[in-house]
Ligand binder design. Structure first.
Ligand SMILES: Nc1ncnc2c1ncn2[C@@H]1O[C@H](COP(=O)(O)OP(=O)(O)OP(=O)(O)O)[C@@H](O)[C@H]1O
Ligand SMILES: [Mg+2]
Length: 410
């Protein structure tokens, strides 16, 4: 696996059970995956020699991020390495403009977009939106490559602001695209897997909640989604994985507009934050499934184990608390014995993803469990209670504060 972050770390965890061991290309021995994998190649994804060293003798090469240059992957492919997802597919997860163009060709729903190569293109696109949507027109500017966790996404409120962002980024050599800002009801993610043999599998569609442009909470499955819409999202994701020739897992990030439309935001061809709930909430986790897919095993059952599972990211606090992470963990375990904690071995920095919590709802929807739990409630209350506990737990792990005022000494 190219990259030694938390996705590689959790993929290694899944590999162990399959009798496999992940070799990783990491920048440093302190990378999250390098801390736990015995087989680490130190190097960078920008170096073809480092890529060759990690690929040599491996069954397949796969990724924990989207940064590896296409030209290097084409070289590996020519040298006989099984690169999954293949670079011909991966490019649509690396390049947002190529993705938008290909999706439009395939007839998938995307927001209106335009390539921005000069500030004048911003005026032109703003005007086009204005003519079409009037007072409801709004724009998003995006770096075509390299953005993550909302870095590389700008939501300007005025044309002047949009022009200023574009001028600054273009001056700094950042290629840009502009797209229509969708009036969001919420954001969804449809995750699928596809094997070289051509088998496909889809997990239930989930809702993702973003804060400051980055994923904070996932509700799985998304609530209040009609069977028809869920089916549509699943077939869209399965169809795209087939058309694009994806091997491995793919997340299709979706917008549900206030008019009930589904619009594709972007594609991720690797384990994804919106799939972390599957580690505890599904028969087969995204990490195991990714390995099954890239190793061309039959795929696993993607059924949910409970009516709802909520994942909450542990996001670094503005200032890291004095209480150690280990002591916070100890208190969390004492209060919420059913909380499943996944820590990435990363230093705490503001807003950095350092771990996540999964709370799997009770199997019949009538047990919430734990000291704050309610019982005998309806489904929405049940989901809200599971979510509240996941968020309480994640916030506690990040800040050493219980937002509901609970005290371990009380
Ligand atoms: N066209 C749009 N209309 C409305 N909101 C948008 C639009 N594009 C992006 N956003 C908001 O910005 C967030 C981040 O955008 P995007 O997913 O393109 O960036 P990213 O940095 O690649 O994301 P990730 O966090 O998945 O790495 C989206 O989840 C959404 O909340
Ligand atoms: Mg995104």
């Amino acid at each position: 696996m190219i990259g030694g972050g938390q996705l590689a770390r959790m993929t290694h965890q899944a590999a162990i059970g399959l009798g496999q061991s992940l070799r990783i290309l990491a920048v440093s021995l302190s990378d999250p995956a390098a801390q736990v994998c015995p087989d680490v190649v130190l190097g960078t994804h920008d170096s073809i020699d480092d890529l060759r060293r990690v690929a040599h003798g491996a069954h397949a090469v796969t990724f924990d991020h989207e940064g590896t240059p296409t030209e290097h992957l084409l070289v590996l492919q020519e040298e006989g390495v099984a690169v999954y997802p293949p670079p011909q597919a991966l490019v649509y997860a690396q390049d947002k403009l190529a993705m938008r163009r290909r999706l439009r060709e395939l007839g998938a729903p995307v927001p209106e977009f335009a390539e921005i190569t000069a500030v004048g293109d911003v005026d032109e696109f703003w005007q086009a939106l204005d003519e079409r949507y009037g007072a409801k027109a709004a724009m998003v500017l995006k770096a075509i490559r390299g953005g993550y966790d909302g870095r590389g996404v700008w939501l300007p409120d005025t044309l002047d602001e949009a022009r200023a962002v574009a001028a600054q980024q273009l001056d700094g050599g950042v290629p840009l695209l502009a797209e229509r800002r969708v009036d969001l009801a919420r954001e969804l993610s449809a995750m699928v897997a596809r094997s070289p043999f051509g088998q496909g599998a889809a997990w239930p569609v989930v809702e993702t909640v973003q804060r400051n442009g980055q994923c904070a909470v996932v509700i799985a499955p998304a609530t209040g989604l009609s069977d028809e819409v869920a089916q549509r999202a699943e077939s869209l994701a399965l169809g795209l994985s087939r058309e694009l020739g994806v091997v491995g897992v793919m997340a299709v990030e979706l917008f549900e507009s206030v008019d009930g439309e589904l619009i594709v935001n972007e594609l991720a061809m690797r384990p994804h934050n919106s799939g972390h709930w599957s580690m505890d909430g599904c028969v087969t986790s995204q990490f195991e499934q990714h390995l099954r897919a890239v190793l061309d095993y039959p795929l696993g059952d993607t059924a949910a184990r409970a009516p709802v599972t909520v994942m909450a990211n542990i996001l670094g606090a503005p200032t890291a608390p004095e209480m150690s992470m280990d002591e916070r963990l100890h208190h969390l375990m004492a209060r919420m014995p059913d909380a499943k904690v996944h820590l990435y071995g990363k230093a705490e920095r503001p807003d950095r993803k350092v771990g996540h919590i999964n709370i799997v709802g009770g199997p019949t929807g009538d047990r919430v469990g734990g000291p704050t739990g309610a019982s005998g409630c309806d489904f929405d209350d049940y989901v809200a209670a599971v979510r509240e506990r996941a968020e309480l737990a994640a916030h506690w792990m990040a800040t050493a504060e219980w937002t509901d005022g609970w005290s371990e000494h009380g």
